[in-house]
Design a protein around this ligand. Structure first.
Ligand code: 5GP
Length: 234
């Protein structure tokens, strides 16, 4: 399958149409951004690792019955995905306190939570992806109540599957961000990447960070963190 028309360039990926109207090709870049693109940089070969890590994770999720947009990886940086209409929401699930939640509630990073926390953010760069709740989503017609129920159910299932998948590889899934899309038949499926760009991943024993926080917080050894996650998932 080949790229035809260029569709869209995001912060970490480019999207192209293909000859099949139901399929797109996603190209993973090495560009890294943080804090609503105020911080910009490059993580060498990040695109290659995130493409391959996303493939492994999506295959695992599909094997557990999660509907996803992933079709096949084409090469180091490209994958074929089903074309969806993205629902403009970021669904975040947290298993430990970290990041913006630690900052907002002034709770020390690293505290484990008994029941996963689910947060919704409105995907709108100009606004800095503000946190909203389910009633905003329904009132603003970003999704229906029924869609939201499906999204919550899928998000919790994905978190449960991935927590186990990662811990079996000595990695703690601290939190993750998911996006969902709609197929032309109305079915809601998991879309976008799941990678160290979109999850917090800590080594189980040392709590060493193996994710994009190394870039956000200038912690160094960024490339080796992405490589390490890929190595452990293989
Ligand atoms: P926080 O709200 O603590 O900054 O992020 C929670 C989780 O969601 C982290 O795993 C983080 O990587 C992910 N996340 C939240 N917003 C974004 C975003 O705009 N882009 C990416 N790549 N990940 C995000």
């Amino acid at each position: 399958m080949n790229k035809t028309t260029f569709l869209y360039e995001g912060k970490a990926k480019k999207l192209y149409d293909t000859a099949d109207p139901n399929m797109v090709i996603v190209v993973y870049k090495d560009d890294a951004t943080a804090f609503n693109a105020q911080k910009k940089g490059t993580i060498i070969d990040k695109g290659i690792y995130n493409n391959k890590i996303t493939e492994i994770i999506y295959k695992k999720l599909a094997s557990e019955g999660i509907p996803t947009h992933f079709v096949q990886r084409l090469n180091d940086r490209e994958q074929v995905c089903k074309k969806v209409q993205i629902i403009p929401l970021e669904i975040i699930i947290r298993n430990f306190i970290a990041g913006s939640l630690a900052k907002t509630l002034k709770i020390e990073e690293g505290k484990e939570i008994d029941t996963p926390i689910l947060e919704l953010c409105y995907k709108k760069d100009e606004l800095g992806d503000p946190m909203i709740n389910g009633t905003h989503v329904i009132a603003l017609k970003l999704a229906t109540a029924e869609d939201l129920k499906t999204i919550y159910d899928l998000a919790h299932k994905i978190n449960t599957i991935l927590q186990k998948f990662f811990i079996d590889r000595d990695i703690i899934l601290v939190d993750l961000k998911m996006e969902f899309g709609k197929l032309p038949n109305g079915e809601i499926i998991l879309a976008d990447e799941i990678s160290p760009d979109t999850c917090r991943l800590w080594d189980k024993t040392t709590k060493h960070k193996l994710d994009k926080d190394r870039f956000r917080r200038d912690l160094g050894d960024i490339e080796s963190a992405y490589q390490e996650v890929y190595k452990r998932l293989q």
